[in-house]
Write a protein that binds this ligand. Structure first.
Ligand SMILES: Cc1cc2nc3c(=O)[nH]c(=O)nc-3n(C[C@H](O)[C@H](O)[C@H](O)COP(=O)(O)OP(=O)(O)OC[C@H]3O[C@@H](n4cnc5c(N)ncnc54)[C@H](O)[C@@H]3O)c2cc1C
Length: 414
């Protein structure tokens, strides 16, 4: 490669791990990360959990200590946005006027929270959560306690923020159109566990309820208007209705985009020398025989390291099952599996569901396609092996806590 080396657009977890993966694979040329945020790469999960709750520190967020970048000769251009891409000429334009040459380019631009699409989105007191600044603003809002907080959306972020807000002693209402929280992610039976968890802690869950708009007075949000006319009073409104991949740069450059930037299992996009990883990448996974895009911390982590090796010239075929975790109140959960294979599948439960200590399995054609362990630890590796090995399982044995998971794996690989 020439002087241009590797340029990574996006200074989040995936971008930082790409740099690490490339160096680990022995790539010795220049590595530059163009990072729109004025921060060294950091992780986001604590922003709705321990950092928001005030129990986690700022240092815990950094992907690498500051000295790592100097040691590894990885230059981070902080507070600089890539604004244009010429894949033929191998150049990327930056908003500070610079124009960088590259030999290989990796897009790790992540995703951005969906804004409230209706009335009131721009009122003061309406919040989204993506950055450290967003989390600090919410923390300042929650800390005094006694406030009325309304969350629009009952997905992971909405529920985690609800738990944090309750932790500071605020009144919390969650409004969402689905009948059960997290229905889209884990289905109604497993979602019900989270509904009970939040109700037990005093959250007012308004499910099967549509929002008509965010009500305001003198430019400030004062409540959330529901379809039907009721207005739930709010000192602050937090919108957690999902995220969209940041694909504008790729699209304008003629790179194939469809639910994120389309790549092969080695993270190559439709254009030569151009790669994508993390939230923004829709990566071909041989296990599925299809492309998959997820917005998970572990995906950014694993994509990043593997894409770094790929970009450095190693042969890479990425095929890890997606992994996700959450912490809410005293519930900790890990999930592994393939969402597309869970459609229409009802989970079976192993353990104590009312006591919130169990593993849920989604089984299709006698094979585990996803598993979720709740307050049960050190089993995720076996759950992932059950999925990846495609071993046939007997459902009665799977749900029997007396049968070790290793025993179910005994036939795998045979
Ligand atoms: C509050 C919160 C809690 C979460 N909790 C969990 C969890 O518990 N478990 C889990 O698995 N996942 C969780 N996630 C998801 C996880 O954080 C993401 O999947 C992960 O951050 C994706 O990493 P990424 O590097 O692909 O993207 P990002 O972290 O979004 O980083 C992309 C970066 O690129 C920058 N960028 C975009 N466009 C440009 C440009 N043109 N030029 C330069 N820079 C650009 C962005 O500003 C951003 O800094 C959470 C996310 C949030 C927001």
């Amino acid at each position: 490669m020439s002087e241009g080396g590797i340029v990574i657009v996006g200074g989040g977890l995936a971008g930082a791990r790409v740099a690490e993966g490339a160096r680990a694979a022995g790539y010795d040329g220049p590595v530059r990360i163009v990072a729109a945020e004025d921060a060294m790469p950091y992780i986001r999960p604590p922003l709705s959990k321990e950092f928001l709750a005030g129990t986690g520190s700022r240092d815990d967020l950094d992907v690498h200590p500051a000295e790592w970048y100097a040691e590894q000769r990885v230059e981070v251009l902080r507070g600089v946005r890539a604004t244009g891409l010429d894949v033929r000429a191998h150049r990327v334009r930056l908003d500070d006027g610079r124009d960088l040459a590259w030999d290989r380019l990796l897009l790790a631009t992540g995703s951005t929270p969906r804004r409230w699409p209706g009335a009131g989105a721009d009122l003061e007191g309406v919040h989204l959560l993506r950055t450290i600044g967003d989390s600090l603003a919410l923390r300042a809002l929650f800390e005094p306690g006694g406030r009325s907080i309304v969350l629009i959306g009952a997905g992971w972020i909405g529920l985690e923020v609800a738990a944090a807000a309750r932790g500071y002693g605020n009144e919390v209402t969650v409004v969402a159109p689905e009948a059960v929280p997290l229905e889209a992610a884990i289905g109604p039976a497993a979602g019900e566990v989270f509904a009970r968890l939040h109700r037990d802690d005093g959250v007012d869950l308004r499910l099967s309820t549509k929002v008509a708009g965010i009500a305001g007075e003198e430019g400030r949000a004062i409540g959330v208007a529901l379809e039907g006319g009721e207005v739930v009073p709010a000192d602050a409104v937090i919108v957690g209705i999902g995220a969209v991949p940041i694909t504008g740069l790729a699209e304008a450059a003629g790179i194939e985009v469809g639910n994120g930037i389309t790549t092969d299992a080695g993270f190559r996009t439709s254009e030569p020398d151009t790669y994508a990883a993390g939230d923004v990448a829709n990566v071909y996974q041989p296990f599925l025989g299809a492309h998959l895009r997820t917005e998970h911390w572990a995906t950014a982590e694993h994509h990043g390291l593997a894409a770094g090796r790929s970009i450095a010239g190693e042969a890479v075929e990425f095929d890890e099952p997606p992994y996700f975790y959450t912490d809410q109140y005293d519930l900790g959960m890990e999930f592994s599996g393939y969402g597309p294979l869970m459609t229409g599948v009802q989970p079976v439960f192993r353990g104590d569901v009312p006591g919130r200590e169990f593993i849920a399995f989604w089984v299709a054609d006698e094979r585990v396609v996803a598993g979720m362990n709740v307050n049960v630890w050190d089993v995720n590796e076996q759950v992932q092996q059950l999925i990846s090995s495609r071993v046939r399982v007997d459902a009665a044995r799977l749900v029997d806590p007396g049968v070790p998971l290793e025993a179910l794996l005994a036939g795998a690989g045979a």
